[in-house]
Design a protein around this ligand. Sequence first.
Ligand code: HEC
Ligand code: HEC
Length: 458
Amino acid sequence: MLVLGGCRRANESTPAPPDASTVAPAPHAAAHAELPADRFSEQGMLAEAALYLDDPEFRRTALVDSLANPRNTYSRQRLDAYGLRTQGWDLLPVWNPQSIPATPAIAAELRAHRPLVLDDKAPRIWNGKRPTTMAAWVALGREVFFGYPLRVEVFMNWALEHPDVGERVGVRAAEDGTYPGVRVFTDIQGRTSLGITCAICHTSVGERGRVIVGDARRAFDYGALRLAYHQDTGIPVDPDLARRMKSWGPGRADVTEDDDEDPVAIPDLWGLRHQTALTQAGTIKHTGPTVLAIRQETQLLHSNHQKVRPPRELAYALALFLYSLEPEPSAPLSSSDAKLVPHGRELFAESCKGCHSNAAFGGPPMPAEKIGTDRALAFGGARGTGKYRPPALVRVSAAAPYFHQGAVPTLEDVLSPARLASSYAKSPLARGAVSGHTYGTDLPAADRAALVAYLRSL
Ligand code: HEC
Ligand code: HEC
């Protein structure tokens, strides 16, 4: 279920998907032979750009090979329309929009009920030149991350017009006076509107407008924003929709286009290049930058109602930008915690590293039955694969609430047996037992404290 934007029309419901087995994969491109040995090295990423951008067979093959479960909605929509050359999304017009940051001055225009205008000279996201250096790719990716609209988002007008509402739902101005993730842009009909970008969910805005790019915006409460709009305007809202909007809570979103209800926590974007699978259910096998570029290309065109597609350079730039994101160091530990770290490290190596195995402490997807956490995402029709992927644990101390659905408020509780009991009650999402991922919960309290100290040091 995708409720963002709320402008999904009846005729935009998911088309009946073809049986994935009838979609012939493109023959493997000879280009595979030219793939660099290390696809995530700088040289590898620069070399792969030409394959992704110039070789349609390479793109189609990369897509087909990357889908962990060809039968979920995410895969079927893409198998049905991506990289087919003479049909589907390859035929969409390429869209390089004009887009400028939303600012308090623009909020004032909205409050005065003056129409938004973007003059002809307003910049487009891209100057049309393909980058050749890593620095230039990353700089372009940053423009896309902050500037390429995912769609018109009318509720953002409400947040900007009413700063109290904006503050409550996590739509805030940064130190530089812009609202990260909110842009004024010319939509595909030529109208000037507010839209949202990646940064509305994947960039936090803290005290005094301090921005952390790639950090999940855990204060962003889209459901509460929509409810505030209906309450304040008196415009009626479907009671079932209202119930769902309320149940989301901050920091969660359902980014799928089906009728399931599986909002999940917005993840931090650290350590992506170490993960062999993308998304929390491991929907995408992550073999190289093309796979992430395809995810972003298809996300941008899908969210814009499949009316336009982004220049592929922008999707590739976005991928390289995401790989460039590094977390800030974790907050320094208290001296008593610091003493526990070496013991915690040993315990982690014994009990956790088998799954949290890569350089970012994430790892390959594991059967969801084995992990035992909430089933909805892993077995849902939208992105389900029957698995959950161990998330990266870099800067995990700042990543609460935990697990894919964002149900456990502290690291202590992740490791505490109390969480597994029906008497557990910490938040609306943690009412009654939060089951699964019992690793470490059987350890003595002192060992659990050492593990928590170690996790805080990551
Ligand atoms: C409305 C909030 C929202 C917006 C806007 C959004 N995302 Fe996300 N993003 C999410 C959520 C929620 C997930 C988790 C999905 C899952 O695991 O199934 C996610 C997952 C991801 C992942 C996978 C991370 C991982 O750990 O594997 C990447 C990469 C990503 N988003 C990048 C982007 C980019 C780039 C944009 C802009 C084009 C964007 N997102 C826009 C909410 C959002
Ligand atoms: C069998 C594999 C496996 C083992 C062993 C394992 N984990 Fe995990 N871990 C996972 C998976 C999979 C998830 C994601 C579960 C979900 O979101 O439903 C996860 C999630 C987590 C999270 C939540 C992170 C977040 O950002 O939400 C933490 C913290 C964590 N693990 C710590 C540990 C520690 C500490 C240990 C050892 C005591 C451990 N894990 C052992 C597979 C494992």
